[in-house]
Write a protein that binds this ligand. Structure first.
Ligand SMILES: Nc1nc2c(ncn2[C@@H]2O[C@H](COP(=O)(O)OP(=O)(O)O)[C@@H](O)[C@H]2O)c(=O)[nH]1
Ligand SMILES: [Mg+2]
Length: 309
């Protein structure tokens, strides 16, 4: 529903912009760069993003609602299928689809598959090609990438950027705004994301696990916030969260020798959470085994992965 925020003001441009692309293309990093604060978690691990989250860039002349999606990839389990379904669904009913292509990796079958979906998505008015990671891609790589990707879809605009260095992030924003219709502010002006605070907390914790552990562990992890309590008059939030894994061995890895690993995860997460909540944070993490939860659609939904509903 449109809010009252824009009433009586000069007309603005507004609309929904889906970011799609293979895992690791840089969708969530670009989302954070555009919003100007951390709303999406990022890591080198494919399938980092499990929620289709909306992030709002609110400026005087426009309001752009970004839909950051899980990467499109060949699914290996029910979780992968759910994430693909969710990403494909985000192609419906948006004003602009931006397809992100990693500037450092040769265009492959995966990119072509995504491009096919972008080309045939119904209800989409405009398509923008984004070559990412311009800071680490060399000029030849970028040129080759542009040439191959331009041939795949009829693009309305093409942007080369680096979300990490901030290079041409504004160029992307401006390109998108030019393609949007006049419209209302869809979200309140001070709401950078539609994720609940519990989901953001769980995701921030999961990000630290992705960055601390390797191999099969990251994919097997699901995090749930059990309790969240702000202590009155004390500038303190208490958070109890459970980290679910699929096997005892994974539990051992997360906990680490003498609890070293979980302690590190907790202290890294606390830093982010204190920034997010604006209070000191007491964080208690427990690790539990939930066998093969990734194969079980109802468990996946219980975590809120996929649709994020
Ligand atoms: N050097 C560089 N790295 C980037 C850039 N954008 C993303 N990355 C890195 O690429 C990895 C995947 O990024 P992420 O945003 O999680 O990709 P997603 O799966 O498409 O959401 C992370 O390690 C990011 O730090 C960029 O512009 N430059
Ligand atoms: Mg992501």
């Amino acid at each position: 529903m449109p809010t009252d925020a824009g009433r009586d003001a000069a007309p603005i441009r507004s609309g929904f912009v889906a970011l799609v692309g293979r895992p690791n293309a840089g969708k969530s990093t670009l989302t954070n760069a555009l919003v100007g604060e951390k709303v999406a978690i990022t890591s080198d691990t494919p399938q980092t993003t499990r929620h289709r989250l909306r992030a709002v860039i609110d400026r005087e002349d426009a309001q752009v609602v970004l839909v950051d999606t899980p990467g499109l990839h060949k699914p290996h389990d029910a979780l992968g299928e759910e994430l693909n379904r969710s990403a494909l669904k985000s192609l419906e009913d948006v004003d602009v689809v931006a397809m992100l292509v990693d500037g450092t990796k040769k265009l492959g079958g995966g990119d072509r598959w995504v491009a096919e979906h972008v080309a045939k998505a119904r209800g989409v008015s405009h398509r923008v090609l984004v070559i990412t990671k311009a800071d680490i891609a060399n000029a030849t790589q970028v040129e080759e990438q542009l040439a191959s990707a331009k041939a795949l879809v009829k693009w309305d605009d093409v942007v080369v950027l680096s979300a990490v260095e901030g290079f041409n992030v504004d160029g992307f924003y401006e390109a998108v705004v030019r393609l949007l219709p006049e419209g209302p502010r869809w979200f309140p002006r001070d709401m950078p994301t539609d994720q609940s605070v519990e989901v953001m907390i769980a995701e921030f914790i999961r990000e630290k696990i992705l960055r601390t552990t390797f191999d099969e562990v990251p994919h097997a992890v699901g995090v749930q916030v059990e309790e969240l309590e702000s202590v009155p008059g004390k500038d303190l939030t208490r958070i109890w969260a459970v980290i679910y894994v699929e096997r005892d061995s994974q539990k051992g890895i997360i906990i680490g020798k003498g609890g070293a690993s979980i302690k590190e995860i907790g202290s890294q997460a606390r830093e982010d959470l204190e920034r997010l909540l604006g209070t000191r944070v007491f964080l208690e993490l427990t690790v539990k085994v939930k066998k093969d939860w990734r194969r079980d659609a109802s468990q996946i939904r219980r975590f809120g992965y996929g649709e994020g509903l």
